[in-house]
Design a binder for this molecule. Structure first.
Ligand code: FES
Length: 151
């Protein structure tokens, strides 16, 4: 028996009850450490974000992002090291190109490309992570729930 996605099990969302579900793929060396520093520094960040740590933003395959949307994410954040700081030399350049292409694919599928956001956040940029987390949550709240037609 196939597992049902979170989206299938949910009650219908209204504008008033909608709480965005956001998946964030964050590179271990910079963005994840920045988010961790935000927590350690007791900075407020959005509770709507669920972080998945990856070794590099370049490790985030577009299929992983599409799967997150399929399983119920209303928005996906990909965050990695600034250019020149990637521990795998050019992983973040690959990420940038992939995200640009994936946004075009999303638009073709009728998914607003603003549901996918790419950010560069260093290990010391806890404030930036906190700001981005709230900004993105509010943006997704304005866009409303993602309604995918699976058939
Ligand atoms: S190691 Fe952080 S983006 Fe590559």
């Amino acid at each position: 028996m196939e597992a049902k996605s979170v989206r299938e099990k949910e009650q219908p969302k209204t504008k008033e009850t909608f709480e965005p579900k956001i998946v964030a793929f964050m590179c271990n060396w910079c963005a994840y450490s920045g988010a961790d520093l935000a927590g350690v520094s007791r900075l407020q960040s959005s509770p709507n974000i669920r972080i998945i740590r990856t070794m590099c933003s370049g490790r985030v395959d577009p299929a992983m992002i599409m799967r997150a949307f399929e399983l119920g994410a209303d928005g996906v954040l990909v965050a990695g090291c600034h250019f020149g700081d990637c521990h795998y030399i050019e992983g973040n350049y690959k990420t940038m190109r992939r995200i640009e292409l994936l946004k075009m694919v999303l638009a073709r599928l009728g998914i607003d490309e603003r549901r996918l956001r790419l950010e560069w956040i260093s290990a010391s940029e806890a404030e930036k992570y906190a700001r981005v987390s709230f900004e993105f949550t509010e943006q997704i709240r304005e866009l409303g729930p993602l309604e995918l037609r699976m058939n």
